[in-house]
Write a protein that binds this ligand. Structure first.
Ligand SMILES: NC(=O)c1ccc[n+]([C@@H]2O[C@H](COP(=O)([O-])OP(=O)(O)OC[C@H]3O[C@@H](n4cnc5c(N)ncnc54)[C@H](O)[C@@H]3O)[C@@H](O)[C@H]2O)c1
Ligand SMILES: O=C(O)C[C@H](O)C(=O)O
Ligand SMILES: [Mn+2]
Length: 574
């Protein structure tokens, strides 16, 4: 069972796999099951005779049947359940179907519908996947890690469910996210599914409606905090390092008070990164660099307002500063061009509530920066976002506060008065949390805005043109980063690897060749983009000395060899 991922095609391109299982055991193993596509020999030699309808289907026939079924579903949640069911039954067919219909199905297995599935997790639950590590079982984590069906795990995505997209604390329901992210590792970067492991650390939930829900599947307890939480995480990481010493550990959708702390605590101890901070930083920088190119104004001359000052803005700000420094600014001069806005308004040094957030302190504008600012009529209290925009006159506006509709018409029109090509990225997820809708942004800026969104949007018809909206989502980064780490054998994940990823992705922006095109590649290009990102990450890992050097051709070969294609192996009895 441990060698699923070690499949090398023979001279005729066929992959032979000897399996110690027979009959129903094979049909019940999604990594082995081919459904109606088992050949005559396989049926005879593996105890499958009579267990399947007589016709031996081709993969194409299976895809037709499966897609036909999919199309009969009438709600997105049913589509999600259908695809999850397929994943739990036949993984090759699942990934083949996703490859064929990626634009249609990515929003189902990932953002935004994975958000709805996570909200309803305890009501739609069918089968377990991955590991559920609850706080009361802290003493058994190592045993749990050894209970999983595969023994050669290379990538773990872990959440504690506290900040699932912009939907808040979803407790055990957060499991939808690591499952979805790891499906994308396979779909977008070819990481073999049997080498991935989704994990939810169930430390309770403070979501009262979940605690009150009789069907809730998690540990019914308020969230464990403080020293107990830290000790539990430490036990988890230590167990992971014992059982899977070479694994990549990706932290996902932790609340901001834990996200940065855990990253700082563990980044020098194992191969680990935080996707919401670092992955989001990189994907946003990639789109901004392309947008700056279209606007004809380099990044270091842009004035940037960030709405939200949590994990994602932390990562985005740090990446922007790194890129501005590459363009010749000092770090201080770069930070001076970034204005953060959190739930209490502008982040400035005169505030007394920043001391436990070092990231905000580093980006705080001078205490007196608003002394000369003009107030809106009748305004009092902290400056509103519209007032901040009116006074700062930003050329870039990023939204990552999960406050739907926060980029109002008045605000956007104000911004567009001062800049020829306003760059506006409402990146909050899912769609229901977006700060603005692309069609509105185009209307309010007379089509001048350069837009990207966190969740996918259909193209907008504006001024007799169909405008494709690029998706500024870390899906364009983390699968390639993981692939690059595995291919290079990197021991640690550096910030430089994310800047390299951003620059690599940015070169693939369709807008670089056609100023009317999207700032990000289409979803159909994501596998190509991941490969490109992986190579850049692997080279940077070598340059930084966290991976052993090798020739560029060898690195490319290793990347390609790791990229699994979903197709059936020929199963032989062991
Ligand atoms: N597109 C992507 O790839 C991507 C990646 C990561 C996060 N996100 C999305 O970004 C959003 C934020 O994620 P995060 O990890 O930064 O969350 P977070 O909880 O770490 O930070 C949220 C921030 O928003 C601020 N905020 C809350 N209410 C506010 C208000 N009314 N006005 C101003 N600021 C307010 C908070 O003070 C905090 O600074 C989520 O919707 C998430 O789904 C998107
Ligand atoms: O999950 C996503 O779509 C992106 C991001 O990681 C988020 O938390 O919103
Ligand atoms: Mn996330």
């Amino acid at each position: 069972m441990s060698t699923f991922h070690d499949l090398h095609p023979g001279p005729d391109g066929t992959i032979n796999l000897r399996v110690p299982l027979r009959g129903h055991q094979i049909l019940d193993t999604p990594m082995l099951n081919k459904g109606s596509a088992f050949s005559e020999e396989e049926r005879r030699d593996l105890g499958l005779l009579g267990l399947l309808p007589p016709h031996i289907a081709t993969l194409e026939e299976q895809l037709t049947r499966t897609y036909e079924n999919y199309c009969q579903k009438t709600t997105d949640l049913e589509r999600y359940l259908f695809l999850t069911g397929l994943q739990d039954r036949n993984e090759v067919l699942f990934y083949c179907l996703l490859h064929e219909h990626i634009t249609e199905m990515l929003p189902i297995i990932y953002t935004p519908i994975v958000g709805a599935a996570s909200q309803h997790y305890s009501h739609i639950y069918r089968r377990p996947r991955g590991l559920y590590i609850a706080y009361p079982d802290a003493a058994n984590i190592e045993q749990m890690l050894r209970n999983i069906p595969y023994s050669e795990i290379r990538v773990i995505v872990v959440t504690d469910g506290e900040r699932i997209l912009g939907l808040g604390d979803l407790g055990i329901g957060g499991m939808g996210i690591p499952i979805g992210k790891l499906a994308l590792y396979t779909l977008c970067a070819g990481i073999h599914p049997a080498t991935t492991l989704p994990i939810t650390l169930d430390v309770g939930t403070n979501n009262q409606s979940l605690l009150d829900d009789p069907l809730y599947l998690g540990w019914r307890h308020p969230r464990v905090r403080g020293a107990e939480y830290a000790a539990f995480i430490e036990q988890f990481v230590a167990a992971v390092m014992r059982v899977f010493p070479d694994v990549i550990l990706q932290w996902e959708d932790f609340a901001k008070q834990n996200a940065a702390t855990l990253l700082d605590r563990y980044r020098d101890r194992l191969c680990t990164f935080n996707d919401d901070i670092q992955g989001t930083g990189a994907v946003t920088l990639a789109g901004l660099l392309a947008a700056c190119d279209v606007a004809g104004v380099p990044l270091h001359q842009q004035r940037i307002v960030m709405y939200g000052a949590g994990s994602s803005v932390h990562g985005i700000s740090d990446q922007i500063v790194a890129a501005m420094v590459d363009e010749g600014l000092t770090p201080d001069a770069a930070r001076a061009q970034i204005w953060l806005v959190d739930s209490r308004g502008l982040v400035h040094a005169g505030r007394t509530d920043l001391s436990d957030e070092p990231f905000k302190v580093a980006y705080a504008q001078p205490a007196n920066c608003t002394d000369e600012w003009v107030r809106a009529e009748d305004a009092s209290g902290p400056f509103s976002l519209t007032e901040i925009v009116a006074n700062v006159r930003p050329s870039i506006l990023i939204g990552a506060a999960a406050q739907p509709g926060a980029f109002t018409e008045a605000l956007v029109r104000e911004m567009a008065r001062h800049v020829q090509r306003p760059i506006i990225f409402p990146i909050s997820n899912p769609t229901s949390k977006s700060e603005a809708i692309p069609a509105d942004l185009l209307t309010w800026t007379d089509g001048r805005a350069l837009i990207a969104t966190g969740s996918p949007y259909t193209p907008v018809f504006y001024d007799n043109r169909l405008i494709t909206i690029g998706q500024c989502n870390n899906v364009f980064i983390f699968p390639g980063v993981g692939l690059g780490i595995l291919a290079s054998g990197a021991q640690r994940v550096t910030d430089g690897m994310f800047v390299a990823a951003a620059r690599a992705l940015s070169t693939l922006s369709p807008a670089r060749h056609d100023p009317h095109a999207s700032l990000y590649p289409a979803q159909t290009e994501v596998r190509h983009a991941s490969r490109h990102v992986a190579l850049a990450v692997a080279h940077e890992a070598q340059r930084a000395g966290v991976a052993a050097a090798c020739a560029a051709e060898e690195l490319a070969q290793r990347v390609d060899a790791l990229m699994w294609e979903p197709r059936y192996a020929r199963l032989l009895p062991a």
